[in-house]
Design a protein around this ligand. Structure first.
Ligand code: HEM
Length: 177
């Protein structure tokens, strides 16, 4: 297989992703913004809750984080690493929401998330399961405004991010395969 440079591979993702844009109506964007505004201001704490839930459902995922693989689920809350990462995830979702009007920036953010995790072995299923927990959390927090239409709008946003990440994974795989 021909060897490609990092710049060529990035150009390749971007070429493929030109044909995959996110079509969100004004109403859908509004629902996403409204429901996300109910997130807690304590991003670290909320992000931690979301990851603890992910590890309760899938204890084996602890092993993505070197220092967490042998920690009991009950003690995970004490981990600064997990709080830090949980906070980063919440901030990134805020950035995605803030970027919905700029398709190119939104795509580039999703590419960055996929690239940051490829070598760590995080794949489609882990993101999908994480996003499902984020939506459960929102349903709970933003129950006043969270309805089926809001759920569908979020699904569209997260499915788009997953699609971009899948494309990144394919190219990263080609690089190593
Ligand atoms: C939208 C979802 C996610 C976002 C925005 C996100 C964000 C980040 C960021 C910004 C970093 C630091 C990257 C770097 O310094 O190179 C990181 C590292 C990491 N992420 Fe994620 N992440 C997400 C999902 C996940 C999932 C689902 C897992 C595993 C179940 C995961 C596991 C890790 C690990 C193991 C690291 C390295 C931590 C370390 O420094 O030891 N991430 N993530």
């Amino acid at each position: 297989m021909a060897v490609t440079t990092v710049e060529q591979r990035k150009a390749n993702y971007k070429w493929i992703l030109l044909g995959q844009t996110l079509e969100l109506s004004l109403d859908e964007k509004l629902l996403i913004r409204q429901t996300w505004s109910y997130k807690s201001s304590d991003m670290g704490k909320r992000g931690l809750d979301i990851f603890v839930r992910l590890f309760e459902l899938h204890p084996v995922y602890r092993s993505y984080f070197q220092k967490l693989r042998d920690i009991d689920i009950d003690n995970l809350r004490e981990s600064p690493k997990l709080r830090d990462h949980g906070g980063r995830v919440m901030v990134s979702i805020t950035d995605l929401v803030d970027t919905m009007d700029s398709p190119t920036n939104l795509r580039d953010m999703a590419i960055k998330i996929g690239r940051a995790h490829f070598s760590r072995g995080v794949r489609h299923n882990q993101y999908r399961e994480l996003f499902a927990i984020v939506l459960d959390y929102l349903q709970d927090k933003a129950s006043v405004v969270y309805n089926d239409a809001a759920e569908a709008a979020w699904q569209k946003l997260f499915n788009y991010v997953l699609k971009v990440i899948d494309t990144v994974m394919e190219f990263e795989h080609d690089k190593t395969g």
